[in-house]
Design a protein around this ligand. Sequence first.
Ligand code: HEC
Length: 222
Amino acid sequence: MSTPPSPQGDHRFDSAANGDAELLESHAKVAGKQTDEKGNFSLLPLGLIFGSSALIFWAAVYVTKFSGHYDPKMFDETAPPSTGVEVVAKVDPIVAGKKLYLSACVACHLPDGKGIAGVNPPLAGAEWVLGSEERLARIVIHGLKGPITVKGNQYNGAMPVFGKVPGSGYNWSDDKIAAVLTYIRQEWGNNGSAVSTELVAAIRTKEGGRKEWTAEELLQIP
Ligand code: HEC
């Protein structure tokens, strides 16, 4: 037979024998209500807590705003240093003009620019296309109607209004007008100079939203 363990010297038996006062004291210790006997710890200063919270918040906002979603394209260390000059892709007026011609003029003046005899005058080799830019631009900006002679033949129809002017079904920008004019002056063997956007803009400002021109009116303009 083994001897039962002696309660003497075993702390578990000691605490079991604790009275109310000892129990309360040890609970108070556990609950942290008693002063820290070693005295080595103190609360973090509130200012430091708020300060670092604010810093973390600011950093989160900063990263969200400026990280570029961590897209590798945002930072290219192999790119040459910027010259500070923005590179703008130039649109070739002939390419743009051809597109515009094929979308809006081709039905009447045809792909070869020869027009339709007796109805729509030709643009290929036409004196109105190759001559004064001032007259040509006005025809396309404001339209044209009434009798006109082109390459020795009489026409008497109506040419639509293309410019950004009241009554225009097309409302083309000065850029577009300049591009299509440059195109018709240089296609089908035509060898006229390019027409600038500035010229178109200046004419539009000068003439405003007037009605269609007649050939007779245009001939007064140099
Ligand atoms: C609905 C048919 C029609 C369309 C679309 C049209 N034109 Fe015309 N165009 C005419 C007619 C008709 C005349 C002659 C007007 C007249 O008899 O007074 C003319 C005249 C002209 C003239 C002067 C005469 C000549 O042949 O040189 C030019 C330049 C011209 N058009 C360019 C264009 C351009 C550029 C476009 C497209 C942006 C265009 N036209 C779209 C019918 C059209």
